[in-house]
Design a protein. Structure first.
Length: 455
């Protein structure tokens, strides 16, 4: 097979044929099929550049498939937590999504009282805290160091536990079903082994790493991004330590991506950046609480905010209960940042929220907790079409010579944006290879017969 011809696709408002040859878009127009070319009948469905998720965690997303949900709405009390953990299959239990509304802040003894015969690790839904029972701590040799079983920001240490590596190929297939052709992994402090695991060819998507050393060896399709900085969530960042880390990255010419989910962490980060100066590409991850008075400083420093509007829908009940009403307007700002000239990049933060980018679009246009921060669906889509290396920048386009990273929909774009839904994705092409398709008519021009799909 020499390529793919997409027949009758809507591209920027007009219906055209699009040829993919190798890893690039070779042409658009009224095109004749070439020998050996596989045809896809788009039937007027929109053809977009593939979507980009600008902040997720691939290994955690892969591990989540083998984990048990331990927080709302599935689990709401201690009895429910006990049932969920005890019913989990396997010789080890990995619980995710826990929230203290279930049974307070757990410790080793509490988990031992629920499951004592096999290792259990339980992650808070915020991602920062792991709690392990005695068998899990003993297996990892951590009991003396963490007698209460609470490990803060310990993902790198827990990653070395016994067991098979996560199935990244399954994650790639899932993301492809959403039309995603590129992702930014925002996990910090990646070891050489982890970088190797992430960059091997299990994922069809392009990959941008924030936690890898700048000189890490990577394959084609993988890039190294800003240096991820992850201050603790449970206490304000140390100003001097943060300044040293930012200044060190900047000295090497590398921008930074600073995690900021509290008001205090954002204010301290902005004050440090105001002193050190900024580099193009410096970014704030999350910006979960952004006071209106800090928006001009964000704009003045030229920072990108990588936000997750999905949280405002998925955690709406928790925010209504736990976040003071006066702070609701500051949650995951979007519209007010754009109005102030702050570049914004939408993302999922999967697995801590859904990896479905269409649910991100839906959340951004329908958020009822903070309706003043709603933005048009096209604005969110454009953010998802921005290059991995330029979040908040202009959207990529389907033009001749562009990389053949494409998302074909079953319906025209206006209809898709009126009711965002991943089921509208008909096919996903990553670097010229069809990674996903659903409900499409295909034809091989060598044989003139309908096929089962594109390999």
């Amino acid at each position: 097979m020499t390529g793919v011809l997409i027949r009758g696709a809507e591209v920027e408002g007009r219906v055209v044929d699009v040829r993919v040859r190798g890893e690039v878009v070779a042409g658009l127009g009224d095109l004749r099929p070439e020998p050996g070319e596989r045809e896809l009948d788009a039937r007027g469905g929109a053809l977009l550049p593939g979507l980009h998720d600008h902040h997720l965690h691939l290994l955690s997303l892969a591990a989540a498939a083998a984990s048990v949900r331990c927080g709302p709405p599935e689990v709401t009390d201690l009895d429910g937590l006990a049932r969920a953990l005890r019913a989990a299959p396997g010789c080890r239990v990995r619980g995710i999504g826990y929230h203290e509304s279930v049974a307070g802040v757990p410790d080793r003894r509490m988990l031992d009282s629920l499951v004592a015969d096999r290792p259990v690790r339980l992650q808070h839904r915020g991602g920062a805290l792991w709690v392990l029972n005695t068998p899990a701590l003993t297996e990892l040799g951590l009991l003396a160091e963490f007698p209460d079983g609470r490990l803060w920001r310990a993902d790198a240490r827990l990653r070395d536990r016994p067991g098979d590596p996560p199935d990244l190929a399954a994650v790639g297939r899932l993301l492809a079903s959403f039309g995603v052709t590129g992702v930014t992994d925002a996990t910090p402090n990646l070891s050489p082994d982890t970088v190797g695991l992430l960059t091997r060819a299990d994922l069809p998507q392009r990959l941008h790493l924030l936690g890898a050393p700048r000189d890490a060896p990577v394959r084609a399709g993988v890039t190294i991004g800003p240096h991820k900085i992850l201050p603790a969530d449970h206490e304000p960042p140390d100003w001097d330590a943060l300044r040293r880390e930012i200044a060190g990255a900047h000295k090497s010419g590398r921008p930074v991506a600073v995690h900021a989910v509290t008001r205090e962490s954002l204010v301290i980060t902005l004050s440090v950046l105001a002193e050190t100066g900024t580099l193009p590409g410096d970014r704030i991850e999350h910006g979960a609480l952004i006071g209106r008075d800090t928006i001009p400083l964000l704009a003045g420093l030229g920072l990108v905010v990588v936000t997750q509007p999905g949280f405002v829908i998925e955690r709406r009940d928790q925010y209504r209960r736990d976040v003071p009403a006066a702070d609701h307007a500051d949650l995951y700002r979007y519209a007010s940042l754009i109005e102030a000239g702050v570049p914004v990049a939408p993302s999922s933060d999967a697995p801590f929220a859904s990896p479905d980018p269409w649910s991100v679009i839906a959340a951004a246009i329908r958020r009822d907790l903070t309706p003043g921060e709603r933005v048009p669906a096209r604005t969110v889509l454009d953010g998802l079409l921005a290059p991995l290396t330029d979040p908040g920048g202009p959207p990529r386009r389907v033009v001749a010579g562009a990389p053949a990273d494409l998302c074909l929909l079953h319906v025209p774009l206006a209809r898709a944006l009126s009711a965002p839904d991943a089921r509208q994705v008909a096919a996903t092409i990553c670097a010229g290879v069809v990674a996903y398709r659903s409900g499409l008519s295909t034809r091989d021009t060598d044989h003139g017969a309908g096929g089962d799909g594109i390999d």
